[in-house]
Design a protein around this ligand. Structure first.
Ligand code: GLN
Length: 286
């Protein structure tokens, strides 16, 4: 078969399986297997591919047709211009989450010795991107899942950044205080999970998605406990679901956080909610 023929075959298989981006996905699998670039393809469409490559393409098309996410087949996803290793133990990094990294980055420019904690780190994409892009004092990533931490450690090694990873159920394994806490916790309401795309609901880790009944479980717990782990005036930044801005900013306000802001993603949806831990007023007796 030629490169063009195998691509056409992949497109047909994926389209029949209901894959939305079937052309792109078939191409990406084909180029993953053959290593061929778009430019080379345009010049050599009729180049034959080997029997082994053809068999591997067919295998990957069949797996993608089962709606296994493309990134779990290729094992990678780009985020903040870096490539992250992924497997089914971690959520695939989303472009929306880059907004969280950018907002934390703006704060880091002003706080160059900052200690930064990333809760529910998963693949490590947030804290590793921050450590790669900015200079600061200490980077810690925490996750309840030991399997996720293996992926995060590999990613830190790949990008040669110094991040300590800790297995921890929210703050249980954390000590000390941080200047910045970031988190993209699980935030989908349990009842909504069944309506998500099959790629997400059947293959991404439910542990990383399920924010319990109202989707707010992790925000509530993190906001409440963060008082003990943030320095006064420290920043708490979350990724949020598009419809959670009011609730999460309300929770921050209820716990006395100040400077509460909501930031939108590139689609114009609320995506980040942030606030500062209050600075206690000292009562000076003289
Ligand atoms: N944004 C992810 C999704 O759309 C959910 C991420 C999360 O729960 N933290 O599937």
């Amino acid at each position: 078969m030629t490169i063009q023929e195998i691509w056409d075959k992949g497109k047909d298989i994926l389209q029949a399986a209901g894959v939305l981006e079937y052309k792109t996905d078939a191409w990406l699998l084909l180029s993953y297997v053959t290593g061929i670039s778009r430019a080379a393809f345009l010049c050599h469409r009729n180049m034959p591919i080997s029997k082994e490559q053809e068999a591997y393409c067919n295998q990957l098309f069949a797996e993608r047709a089962k709606r296994i996410p493309l990134q779990y087949l290729t094992g990678e996803q780009g985020f903040m211009g870096l490539t992250f290793q992924v497997n089914p133990y971690v959520l695939i990094p989303r472009q929306d989450t880059e907004i969280l990294v950018e907002e934390a980055g703006k704060i880091l420019k002003e706080k160059q010795d900052a200690k930064v904690l990333d809760l529910c780190t998963g693949s490590g994409c947030i804290i590793i991107s921050l450590a790669y892009l900015y200079k600061f004092g200490l980077a810690v990533g925490a996750d309840i899942s030991g399997e996720a931490l293996k992926v995060a450690r590999e990613n830190a090694k790949r990008h040669k950044v110094d991040v300590s990873f800790v297995q921890s159920d929210l703050f249980t394994g954390i000590s000390g205080r941080f200047d910045i806490i970031v988190s993209n916790p699980p935030y989908i309401c349990t009842g909504v999970i069944a309506s998500l795309e099959p790629e997400v609901r059947e293959y991404e880790p439910i542990l990383a998605l399920n924010g319990k009944e109202d989707g707010l479980y992790f925000y509530q717990n993190i906001i409440k406990q963060a008082e003990e782990y943030l320095v006064p005036g420290g920043d708490l930044l979350f990724e949020i679901g598009y419809d959670q801005g009011e609730q999460v900013s309300g929770l921050l306000a209820a716990y006395g956080y100040t400077d509460i802001k909501i930031k939108k993603d590139l689609a114009g949806l609320n995506r980040v909610c942030m606030g500062k831990r209050k600075v206690e007023k000292r009562c000076l007796i003289n």
